[in-house]
Write a protein that binds this ligand. Structure first.
Ligand code: SF4
Ligand code: SF4
Length: 394
């Protein structure tokens, strides 16, 4: 554990910044559900455990806490204990195993896309499983990123490993292609180590043992790349946060720190190249205005805002930062019928700013943020790397 609950000085700063507490009175806030409740839990005294289902795991409380009290970690530990006393619901199973659903959706596309768009099927999901019918289930791609990658000729260059994650593989292979092409523009040869789901949806829905098993496989494979002298990049801050933080702090997988030391968020990696004067800055002019939303899990990585610094290098490109805050979707959190309205309310300040500014194109590094922003406002959303790819010339 990173810090002791006794370091909590009751300042309530975490409560001020918690987006869920600002939205619903059903959640008592991070101070009470975290360090305060932990004292009761440690003495095996009963506390209302359904509080925990309201935390969207944005980690803002931990970032703002002056004493680094690991509140989200306390929540997860409590959920592990709580989970031992109850069977997960069908909804938790389905959302936790989203990597299997994405795989199935890709195999069976376009039928799967028709099915999830069918109003009756959505009604069934809503009534039967509690997955809100208003949620936007993304399109599954028949040609996965991995299949596209394997069909390419061998490229030369300095090898680098890429952890692409399930969303890129089954839903947004264009992002994976952009990552590969941007790295190739900088003299790298991308390799894909064997990989499983990072495990975050499993952690969020209470399947800790399976998350640990997938995590062990990922670490073994990434460790092999690291031992061969490769650096590893990822394009999803949520996957990266899980690999770098949750494998050690929550799942206690041995050896996670060695891999974490060699993992880089893709913009962080490219910015480092720039600082070392090794980045190919042969960017074409883009005379457009884009709006940028900072994902909570990127902040949790504590790497600054490398995407913004990279985007500023593109001539002609206007970047306007949207108001700080959580978009609300938080992986599978906003898919749940009881959370849908809370999730929308959490992100409302961002959605209102987008409408007021008449923004058409929003950049965000996290797939959940891109999904939620596109769903709630109708704008087109992009990953930073897709804009860099565009600046190199399609
Ligand atoms: S911000 Fe940290 S120190 Fe302050 S009340 Fe919350 S947990 Fe305690
Ligand atoms: S992780 Fe986010 S939602 Fe959960 S208690 Fe902390 S600030 Fe609130």
């Amino acid at each position: 554990m990173k810090s002791n609950i006794d370091q909590c000085i009751k300042c309530s700063i975490c409560n001020v910044y918690c987006p869920v507490l600002q939205t619903t009175g059903l959640f008592p806030g991070p101070k009470l559900s975290g360090p305060d409740a932990e004292r009761f839990r440690l003495q095996r005294k009963a506390i209302p455990s359904d509080w925990l289902a309201f935390c969207d795991y944005c980690k803002i409380c931990e970032m703002v806490c002056p004493h680094n009290v690991p509140i989200p970690e306390l929540h997860v530990r409590s959920r592990i204990a709580w989970g031992k006393k109850r069977r997960p619901s069908s909804r938790e199973w389905l959302l936790g195993h989203s990597y299997l659903l994405e795989r199935l959706g890709s195999w069976t596309a376009p039928f799967s896309n028709w099915l999830v768009g069918w109003a009756f099927f959505r009604w069934l999901l809503d009534r039967g499983l509690g997955i809100d019918r208003r949620t936007k289930i993304p399109f599954f791609r028949r040609q996965t990123f991995e299949r596209w990658f394997r069909s390419r000729p061998f490229m030369s260059g300095k090898p680098i490993a890429y952890f692409y994650g399930c969303y890129t593989n089954y839903i947004d292979p264009a992002l994976g292609r952009a990552v590969v092409e941007v790295l190739e523009k900088n003299g790298f040869r991308v390799t894909l180590p064997a990989q499983e789901c990072c495990g975050l949806p499993l952690i969020g829905n209470g399947f800790f043992d399976l998350a640990a098993r997938l995590g062990e496989k990922n670490l073994k494979s990434l460790r092999k790349s690291v031992d061969e002298g490769l650096e590893v990049v990822f394009s999803s801050p949520s996957c990266g946060m899980t690999l770098m933080q949750e494998y050690g702090y929550i799942l206690h997988i041995p050896g996670s720190s060695v891999v974490a030391e060699n993992l880089y968020e893709i913009s962080q990696f490219l910015l480092r190249l720039y600082e070392e004067q090794r980045l190919n800055t042969n960017f074409k002019k883009i005379n457009e205005t884009y709006y940028y939303h900072v994902p909570c899990h990127l902040r949790a990585l504590q790497v600054g805002l490398p995407a913004l610094e990279l985007l500023y290098l593109i001539p002609g490109l206007q970047i306007i930062e949207l108001p700080e805050g959580c978009c609300g979707l938080a992986g599978t959190y906003g898919f749940k019928r009881d959370n849908y309205a809370v999730a929308r309310e959490i992100g409302e300040e961002i959605f209102q700013a987008i409408r007021k500014l008449d923004a058409r194109r929003v950049i965000s590094d996290c797939e959940a943020c891109r999904m939620q922003i596109a769903h709630q406002t109708g704008v087109k959303t992009f990953h930073t790397i897709q804009i860099l790819r565009q600046a190199y010339g399609e």
